[in-house]
Design a binder for this molecule. Sequence first.
Ligand SMILES: Cc1cc2nc3c(=O)[nH]c(=O)nc-3n(C[C@H](O)[C@H](O)[C@H](O)COP(=O)(O)OP(=O)(O)OC[C@H]3O[C@@H](n4cnc5c(N)ncnc54)[C@H](O)[C@@H]3O)c2cc1C
Length: 476
Amino acid sequence: MAVGSSNSFDLVVLGAGTGGYSAAFRAGQLGLKVALVDEAKIGGTCLHTGCIPTKAMLESADLYDKIRHAADFGIALTDPRIEFATIATRRQQVVDRLTKGLMSLVKKNKVEFIRGRGTLQSAKKVKVAKLDDEGAPAGDIVLEGTDVIVATGSRVKSLPGLTPDGERIVTSDDVLRSETLPKSLIIVGAGAVGVEFASFYRDMGVEVTVLEYLPAIVPLEDADVSKELERSFSKRGIKVMTNARFDPASVTSDERGVCVMVGKEGEKPQELRADQMLVATGRAANTDGVGLENTRAKVEKGMVLVDHRMRTAEPHLYAIGDIIGGLWLAHVAAHEGICAVHSIVGAEAEKVDYVKMPRATYSRPQIASIGLSQAECDRDGLPTKVGKVPFGAVGKALIGGDTEGFTKVIAHRETDEILGVHMIGPHVTDLIAEASAAMLFEATAWELGAAVHPHPTLSEGLGEAALAVDGRSINF
Ligand SMILES: Cc1cc2nc3c(=O)[nH]c(=O)nc-3n(C[C@H](O)[C@H](O)[C@H](O)COP(=O)(O)OP(=O)(O)OC[C@H]3O[C@@H](n4cnc5c(N)ncnc54)[C@H](O)[C@@H]3O)c2cc1C
């Protein structure tokens, strides 16, 4: 237990995003005296400019889509309209409510939340330039921690030569502050963030073009999933250009919009114009300005290096979340935070298994996956067998009027161990949790298929796909 001045803690956590607050709460539960420092409100990227506000907007888009098809369900509606300002207000209400909830957990877990910008003076000392509730300077303090966790997260990143101006060339941060819609939009980058916004804006009636440098959209997903999403997007009128090449420095913008010369690799570039360009090309870890240079922690390619227990090269200094790179997901940051705290208290620290981390994308159709893709199995020389069942064969999908997509289970051909599960379709971001439990328990495809899936539910797609691995599917 920390003794001495009120500025001495067992644990100081720098950054109160998903990783930082999860670590702080777990440490509080274990009886540690914890300081949690953030220059902004608790919650970080996920709560304020990431997962939560985007999903609140996508929920409105899904509802609007359902309403547009209300007549198919026997419900006559006239003149449904989008009121984007209300979508933006609701988005903020959801964020505010969750922020309040987190502050009550700060209290419950007896964590001291300190608002201010922190800098490591050494591995165990964090200088905090405190801020009051209005964000005005409120003096400096130095916190001493027996252990320190750095969880300063990440920020938006553009392409070299392409500078967002917040008006015509925008980032996810900008659009999440906006209360208006463009008429047309070019989205650069077709990872999870890019395709979520593409889906949302298309539902809002915006003309959307997606530019992806690689040969497939959602390039980290199984190739079948990428193809299915591209097919679905094209059907909805979202223009997708893969293998897209343009010179970022040649993008021009004026009061009429943005203009870019873009073409497929090896083809003559064409002029593309839109009201706005949304740059969704990834994130940069917040490793600078944190004082890491005052410690022995190593930073490589802009990310802090840690071992499997989240320890940096400096004893008692840990790093978690986006700042260490990897999957750049909120639940990954949370698990890393808990792993770090368990390392600190000497408990059995469960290793973070990155292969068994579920990944979810909330476009329409939704995408969810865990484990290895077919290409990764082939790369690793793993013999596979595959079960794939379309949602069109699942009664509940038909009931919901949403039959796009499929569930694909990849199992080891000899041992039957589940190697990967890939889903695209209705509510798959929730359904993937079952695959996550199955992989944690090292289940075989047979075991997953033998587990009873209630009828009629969307979960039957996963059960049937697991059975289909050995040709045992009953309904497909
Ligand atoms: C548009 C978008 C959508 C996303 N959607 C999803 C999703 O659906 N699901 C998902 O799992 N992930 C999603 N993510 C990713 C997710 O938000 C991040 O992986 C997650 O927030 C990382 O958590 P973290 O704790 O590492 O860092 P962050 O959440 O970035 O938190 C870092 C905190 O540190 C603070 N900080 C930084 N430097 C200092 C300093 N020197 N002093 C004091 N405080 C400091 C910051 O203010 C911030 O609060 C999305 C991201 C974006 C951008």
